[in-house]
Design a binder for this molecule. Structure first.
Ligand SMILES: [Ca+2]
Ligand SMILES: [Ca+2]
Length: 96
């Protein structure tokens, strides 16, 4: 294999490696973002359409329809980023 090809190949590998590290880091930062018992909206929204459906929600929070309905203010069956964050914000003030 000519040296130029090897160099190009290494460059490609390094780029892929960098992108992978970046992706892992961004998810890690996302998860460490706020408190640890809450899942980042970006992680919850697994198909990245900007809404979290109950199917997406239950992967992390279990089959908790009550919690989901509480968060779903306009009752359209999916959570927006704001609805999700309202749930987190209000949840902590309801300690008995
Ligand atoms: Ca989604
Ligand atoms: Ca909604």
């Amino acid at each position: 294999m000519p040296l130029v090809t090897i160099k190009l190949c290494m460059k490609k590998t390094a780029t892929v490696l960098l992108i992978t590290i970046f992706l892992i880091l961004s998810v890690a930062i996302c998860l460490a973002d706020e408190n640890k018992d809450h899942v980042c909206f970006r992680v919850l929204d697994s198909n990245k359409d900007g809404n979290v459906t109950f199917q997406e929600f239950e992967k992390y929070y279990g089959n908790d329809q009550k919690k989901f309905n509480k968060a779903d203010m306009d009752e359209d069956g999916k959570l927006t980023h704001d609805e999700y964050h309202d749930l987190l914000g209000h949840g902590s003030s309801q300690n008995q």
